[in-house]
Design a protein around this ligand. Structure first.
Ligand code: ZN
Length: 69
């Protein structure tokens, strides 16, 4: 039975090798193994998720408000 290396060494998003340059916190290093993203990419993804989460709350998307214009 072959075992694959479970440790990620490169970002799945930008393909950069994980270094102190793109992973600058302890949580960021954990995240490289959890999500496979360097912290730079994770931050941009996290901010996207934050926007989506706000949209789901109905605060950002107001499709009906277009009719009041
Ligand atoms: Zn990256």
């Amino acid at each position: 039975m072959q075992r694959q290396d479970i440790y990620r060494t490169h970002c799945v998003s930008c393909g950069a090798r994980f270094t102190d340059a793109n992973v600058w916190s302890e949580v960021g290093w954990i995240e490289t193994q959890v999500s496979g993203l360097c912290e730079a990419c994770f931050d941009s993804v996290a901010s996207l998720f934050e926007l989506i989460a706000r949209d789901e709350d109905g605060n950002a998307i107001d499709e009906d408000s277009g009719s009041s214009r």
